[in-house]
Write a protein that binds this ligand. Structure first.
Ligand code: G3I
Length: 377
């Protein structure tokens, strides 16, 4: 069965590669498009950057994906390199182009210690707090109505994470320290900068779904700290909302993004279970989960490595589908962090579904039909 599907896919892609040029449309039968295959499960995303806006990259993006995240262009150092002067035009063009092509657009990211200009976190604590509120108000306000979900805060917790989290309330001890992240200056005894960021984002764009995004969340202690944070912020928020509107039960932190930058050497049965348990623990909070930056590296692109990589992709997609059946379709999106091995941020480690010549790899076919791929092993 899988061999037949594989052969059919391979033939249509070889024909495509031979016939497709920038001026000719890239044709893939509807049922072979990734977004179509997963239409009833979750959105299938990828990143967008200036390279992906034209040529074969653009064709692949439009054909297989129905959600996009700007790889860099919506980060603070791109949007606000200097105080009081926003540079929205590149991101605006990208976002508008993607929407015109029917894509769901994810905002990435409002608050992060990296790719953020120094001016945002310079000055007194009060100034930094005011900067945080103004930046989020201006940026989320600017894109309001165009962004489906925002990564409001990215990677706020320690890495490596060695803090034992032994109860259901502790999380602040796991945050990056003041030396690592200047945004801490915006925190007060009453409210961390993280909660302030979420509250500000809700006001600036009430229609956007608000996410906390991070990596290394298969570390049980770090994941527990993030769950405790989500619970803490949401509990306080819901209590306040109920005082003013008893029917109002929308969470403030509505989703957690699991980046999912994995490597083949890390993969084994124990870590498969960690991934599964971790996703389930987040889903049990009642929030949504998205896989926000998926890629799986391999040390070389020999046939056996490509096979092994494909199997990991198949096992993960199969897991996501099965968990979704169990948890009311609350895994909302799986976004790949790169179209092809040559343009990936992990170039040289062959992490994507398409190779350096933009040809589909075994991993692509594995994602297209995980069950068949797994059964074939
Ligand atoms: O814009 C400059 C360009 O002017 C210069 O010529 C060039 C020379 O190296 O560098 C360009 O900037 C680079 C930028 O990507 C755009 O290509 C930066 O050096 C480089 O550090 C930056 O890397 C990005 C990285 O975030 C920064 O942390 C990657 O593209 C991007 O894929 C990556 O994405 C992050 C997510 O946002 C958060 N999670 C982790 C993920 C991977 O690191």
């Amino acid at each position: 069965m899988f061999k037949k599907i594989f052969a059919a896919f391979a033939v249509s892609f070889v024909l495509l590669a031979a016939s497709c040029s920038e001026s000719e449309p890239y044709f893939v039968p509807e049922e072979e498009k990734l977004w179509k295959i997963y239409e009833n499960d979750f959105l299938i995303g990828n990143i967008v950057n200036s390279t992906y806006l034209s040529g074969m990259h653009f064709q692949l993006l439009k054909t297989h994906y129905n959600a996009v995240t700007c790889e860099n262009d919506m980060k603070p150092n791109y949007l606000a390199p200097a105080r009081n002067s926003y540079t929205f035009s590149a991101a605006d063009n990208m976002v508008n182009n993607m929407i015109a092509n029917g894509m769901t657009v994810i905002g990435h990211t409002l608050v992060w210690h990296s790719q953020s200009p120094a001016w945002l976190t310079s000055g007194t604590n009060e100034q930094v707090r005011a900067n945080l509120v103004k930046y989020i108000t201006d940026v989320a306000g600017h894109f309001r109505g165009r962004i489906h979900a925002w990564d409001v805060v990215n990677e706020a917790f320690l890495y490596p994470f060695n803090v034992p989290i032994t109860n259901d309330t502790e999380w602040k001890s796991g945050l990056r320290t003041a030396e690592q992240i200047n945004w801490n200056k915006a925190s007060t005894d009453e409210m961390t900068y993280i909660e302030l960021a979420f509250r500000t984002a809700r006001t600036a764009d009430p229609g956007a779904i608000l996410y906390y995004n991070d990596f290394d969340l298969n570390n049980p202690s770090k994941a527990k700290a993030v769950r405790n944070m989500v619970n803490d912020i949401n509990t306080r928020w819901l209590a306040e909302q109920r005082e003013t509107d008893p029917d109002y039960d929308r969470f403030l932190v509505e989703g957690v993004g699991l980046q999912t930058h994995y490597g083949l050497s890390w993969w084994n049965a124990g870590n498969f279970n960690n991934v599964k348990n971790n996703i389930e623990n987040f889903l049990r909070l009642g929030i949504e989960v998205s896989i926000t930056e998926m890629d799986i590296t391999i040390p070389n692109n020999t046939s056996s490595m490509l096979d092994a990589q494909a199997l990991v992709y198949a096992q993960l997609f199969d897991l996501y589908v099965r968990l979704n059946e169990q948890y009311d379709n609350r895994i909302k999106r799986v976004t790949m962090w790169g179209i092809d091995d040559n343009t990936s941020w992990r170039r040289g480690q062959f992490p994507c579904l398409f190779n350096e010549n933009l040809q589909p790899k075994k991993a692509f076919y594995a994602v297209s039909n995980p069950q068949s791929f797994i059964n074939r092993q």
